[in-house]
Write a protein that binds this ligand. Structure first.
Ligand code: KIV
Ligand code: ZN
Length: 512
């Protein structure tokens, strides 16, 4: 029987650390449900001690998700570890993931600790965590840039204290595949009790090699857990991408010889959900989940694929869930059909009120757009007005006028804590005028660092999906809005970003 490769998803923790990608508890829960549907083995739900919001998110995921192990990150101290254990109480299977930096640079400059102090703290933390839960993962942060002798000493000690998984992060994305693979192999060979733990790889993508490095850690190093995120979301250039690593191991089973428990048919839906929730658009040529990943434009390729699809395709589009781009519903579709489609798409709304809100939104959209695609439905349930969460600002309506030779003008009606406000402004273009109208009332003073428009389902008949990234007092948030009218989508995205700016609690940075 082949070994199993454990898939550890950290979209909700390391992915969320990407500036602007912070998610609300409900958003995290929705994504966790999709990860469970994907049959991800371990879901790192957050960093419970970093904020009350993250504690609540980890707790609700631990309470709701039953088929995956739920994990919380924690620094190597008793307070963080107790907080993680507390948040994980309701889990069927819970894991504490504790970490401390072990590279000379991090120990000296960041922690200001001696190697002996780090050694003691690592040992004590794992001992403390093992008294609370049976499943403890230990990560030597910046492990790949750590000295081999010291790392062996620390890892041998934490395994002796009961760490069940040892994760070796390439925190800054410095590794190259062969060397990283050999690094893991050397650790496993030199540490006498290495067979008492499962070895895990955790690679960042700064040099574009996170997936290659992770796979080398598996193939050369013998690691049996890969830490990854949907769409490769993560700080800087991101983390190892789940969809790529999973499809590589599955498609090249002849080479890797490993089993994987993932239900790949939910990959595209997961990718869309993460992209729509965070506002991080997936590049069209992204492997597996990019819009062009299975599109053949050249005549030679099209001809080949029509004759025999494997001439140019090594995976089947439907195996990763690319069958959803079809007309599913229209104006005459009823609530039951809508509810069923939500279920097929793997969306669970938490209450009848949320389903009713979503259905009302769907009807509104179907009045304006005859063909409703799955992408439209996913965008619609991502809309804040659907969920029961009370937001500070809500979009109501708008009108705008633009004509060649005239300065565009917009009037926007929106709610502030439930009360309607009407504001107007002119601007360089209709979008600029609408956002200025909103800002003239709210006066957030936030700087816009990104504005992007994307057609949800390809054509000009599609809904526009707008991402607005705002920065204020060192915080960065993304707001997403969708509507067939891109000016309205822009106003919704702007209000959504302002809501996030308003609610984002201060967090302790995991790697700070
Ligand atoms: O990249 C990293 O080192 C991490 C650790 C906290 C595991 O994310
Ligand atoms: Zn990381």
């Amino acid at each position: 029987m082949a070994d199993k490769l454990i898939i550890f998803d950290t979209t909700l923790r390391d992915g969320e650390q990407s500036p602007g990608a912070s998610m609300t508890r409900d958003e995290k829960l929705r994504i966790a449900r999709q990860l469970e549907r994907l049959r991800v083995d371990v879901i790192e739900a957050g960093f419970a001690a970093s904020s009350n919001g993250d504690f609540e998110a980890v707790k609700s995921i631990a309470d709701a998700i039953k088929d995956s192990t739920i994990c919380s990150l924690s620094r190597a101290n008793d307070r963080d570890i107790s907080r993680a254990a507390e948040a994980l109480k309701g889990a069927n299977s819970g894991r504490i993931h504790t970490f401390i930096a072990t590279s000379p640079l991090h120990m000296e400059k960041k922690l200001r600790m001696t190697p002996d102090q780090v050694f003691e703290q690592a040992k004590q933390s794992v001992r403390f965590a093992r008294n609370l839960v049976g499943d403890v993962e230990f990560s030597p942060e910046d492990g790949y840039r750590s000295e081999m002798d010291f790392l062996c000493r620390v890892l041998e000690a934490v395994i002796a204290e009961g760490a069940t998984t040892i994760n070796v992060p390439d925190t800054v994305g410095y590794a190259v595949p062969e060397l990283y693979g050999e690094f893991i192999r050397t650790l496993r060979e030199r540490i006498p009790n290495s067979d008492k733990a499962i070895w895990s790889v955790h690679c960042h993508n700064d040099l574009g090699m996170a997936v290659a490095n992770s796979l080398a850690g598996v193939k050369i190093g013998g690691a049996r857990q890969v830490e990854c995120t949907i769409n490769g979301l993560g700080e800087r250039a991101g983390n190892c991408s789940l969809e790529e690593v999973v499809m590589a191991v599955k498609t090249r089973r002849d080479y890797f010889g490993l089993d994987i428990g993932i239900d790949t048919s939910h990959i595209v839906a997961a990718s869309r959900m993460v992209s729509q929730t965070t506002g991080f658009v997936v590049q069209p040529n992204k492997a597996v989940v990019g819009a062009n990943a299975f599109a053949h434009a050249s005549g030679i390729h099209q001809d080949g694929v029509l004759k025999a699809r494997d001439t140019y395709e090594i995976m089947r589009a439907e195996d990763v869930g690319w069958t959803t781009n079809k007309i599913v519903l229209g104006k005459l579709s009823g609530r039951n059909a809508f509810k069923q489609r939500l279920q097929d798409l793997g969306v669970t709304l938490d209450s009848e009120t949320e389903i009713n809100n979503a259905f009302a939104k769907f009807k509104e959209l179907a009045d304006r757009k005859s063909e409703i695609f799955d992408e439209d439905i996913l965008a619609l349930v991502g809309d804040e007005s659907v969920t029961a969460e009370k937001e500070q600002y809500g979009f109501v309506s708008m009108s705008q006028h633009s004509e060649t030779g005239e300065r565009p003008h917009a009037t926007v009606v929106f709610t502030v804590e439930g009360k309607e406000v009407r504001t107007e402004s002119d601007g360089n273009g209709p979008v600029d005028a609408s956002l200025k109208a909103i800002e003239s009332h709210i006066k957030s003073g936030a700087e816009m660092v990104l504005y992007s428009v994307n057609a949800i389902s390809g054509s000009t008949e599609s809904q526009g999906e707008v991402t607005v990234r705002l920065q204020n007092s060192g915080r960065v948030v993304n707001g997403v809005g969708s509507d067939p009218d891109i000016v309205v989508a822009s106003a919704k995205a702007y209000l959504s970003a302002l809501n996030k700016l308003q609610s984002k609690a201060d967090r302790v940075a995991a790697q700070g």
